[in-house]
Design a protein around this ligand. Sequence first.
Ligand code: BGC
Length: 772
Amino acid sequence: MKNYIKHDEWKIVEEGFHPEHNRITESLLSIGNGRSGQRANFEEKYSGDSLQGTYIAGVYYPDKTRVGWWKNGYPEYFAKILNAANWIGINVMVKGEELDLAKCKILSFYRELDMKSGLLSRSVVVQMKRGKQVEINSKRFLSLARQDVGAICYSLKALNFSGKVSLEPFIDGDVINEDSNYDEKFWIEKEKAARGNEGFVCMQTKKTGFLVCTAMSNRFRMNRQETENQPVTSIREKYIALKSEFKLNEGDEICLEKYVVNISSLYYSKNKLTEISENSLKQVVAKGFDQLFAEHQSMWTNRWETSDIRIEGDVAAQQGIRFNIFHLNQTYLGDDERLNIGPKGFTGEKYGGVTYWDTEAYCLPFYLGTSDEKVARHLLLYRFKHLHKAIENARKLGFNNGAALFPMVTINGEECHNEWEITFEEIHRNGAIAYAIYNYINYTGDQEYLAPYGFQVLLGISRFWSQRVTWSEEQQKFVILGVTGPNEYENNVNNNFHTNYMAVWTLKYTLEAIDYLKKEFPFLYEELVQKLKFNELKETSRWKEIIEKIYFPYDEKRGVYLQQDGFLDKELIPASELSTDERPINQNWSWDRILRSCYIKQADVLQSLYWFEDQFDKETLARHFDFYEPLTVHESSLSSCIHAILASSLGLLDKAYEFYLRTARLDLDDYNNDTEDGLHITSMGGTWMAFVKGFGGLRAKNGQLVLNPFIPESWKSYSFRINFRGAHLEIRMGKKDLTIINHTEISVSLVIWGKPQQLNALQTITIKNSRL
Ligand code: BGC
């Protein structure tokens, strides 16, 4: 655990430079706007340890698979949102000496990310080798208001010398991905040009053919006055730089405003990119830095208006939740159903920026609760549009009749995960995709989604389950063999409880969907039956048989469902007995030792118990929690959030708080020693759930919002906001009272601590804290 980030309610602050943690800070202070993202790399040269990272949404490269031993059915490639042109770069020369922070004496250093306004800034004083002292101040943002636009305001002050200083803003497309499988470069140059203070580099991805034009326009001010400059152009492959030289007297400050646009062929026609870049830059420059920033800031104000969570009395917890909300809001805006949420968003290379089950299982609730309904719908449509590929994927693996297996990892619908245990075995993901449809409909009431979209996905998944089960003569039960559950510290197990549960749940839910469609959309249903060649009687009778005769591993003595067959053969030693130098075990133990151990990477049985809590009584939930919690090492970021929610529902308030802090501050404190690779963006959705579903006890049931809030001991109060079926509510929980404010004209039915309550248009109600 690291502890160098200052606690602050709205800011992420590094005071004093920590080069040994530079990659971590670069991840933490990343900025983004849904269309692109940028790690907090320095603008000027830095020869110390750093991971340069600029990522453009939807622009990917299929990196050829690299495995030790090829197995049939492997995907040919791993798709990655690749590192794109460095648009932030500025070379700085001070009296002939290059400014490189790794080679200077740092006299003072401060960098911060202001989450309220999405602004990254830095203030540094350094002494260069030959004694010259300079002060650097920089600010930058990626505009939420104009999603192709980024802007930097970079100033340099001569503190103890007079002489020539040059600033050379550049665009460098000659970038690499550290995780490239064959050290290949993924871009080729298409075009570049420079004129006056403007220049652009237009590049194309190999194989996938995406074009991105990155263009800059630069303006200078000397001591705040606009100043003339005569840039000298340097050009090499994929690179363009415009150098301007200035004579500074001691105390003078030269400031560069660098305006940039990243125009991608995902949004504009390929032959117009340079023209669009030029026009867009013109508008941006005319606006100027301050105005652009004001627009951007006002968008952030709007986002916070609907999604902020406030905590009184605990700065670490407050910073944690805002950090999570901030990054979710800058990763996915939900305006384009072709985009999704990578586990690291735009903050690093790991996981390739592509889509996992994380989206459905951990992120959907955040967007449902804080954004317009269409945002969550877009996440669902993303999968709907990939249905034909999921059917093709299943066909390749030997399934038929329209059975669909959605990929574990994808960007375009094709599977691209390169480990066999996960590619072939981690099929519970199909269940998460089905569950997301239920979750969306249950929350929004948009049952009609089933007719054109949802049912087809459910049918494909149900067909898959009905073929993936095996009839065991021995047990006279259906079993599911050879799977990996959410706990990836077990592979190729039989009858993973979670997978079996998801399979039968999907079958049941699809049967309900059929009843609904037959009643409400009989003609459309008939059309679907024809189109999908659905033999309702035959197929559903098999589903019903599976539902009736599915096998779940169960231990009578303990009264718990077992994670998989044979789980009790393991030595059950609580994780608390592991020494600290063995943790995390995935960085200290051999893989075979992990597989043989009882340790659980992330919520597995508890994942389904969380989703289907209504199907179990409290004692059963508690028994399972008590059994599995001590064996769980939470080495996936997706684990603590589920444990926090269960602990909250079970009234284990201290545990709930402990898990909450762990998920909320996972990256800020670098719990799992891996924040340098990028932030755990999808787990941030889990953090939001841990708060709202855990502390707030919020559920949507039968068209009503259910609340069972409690307040952690050390807090004075907290509040969160929630969208529900057109209404926007603010929930304020204090030590003594709960207040709910309806900010809209739409009335809402609630159940608060078990009692029904109507909240009319614009009404505020206050209720005594019944947990006192
Ligand atoms: C987890 C998976 C998750 C993936 C991406 C893995 O460590 O075990 O459940 O989908 O990370 O976040």
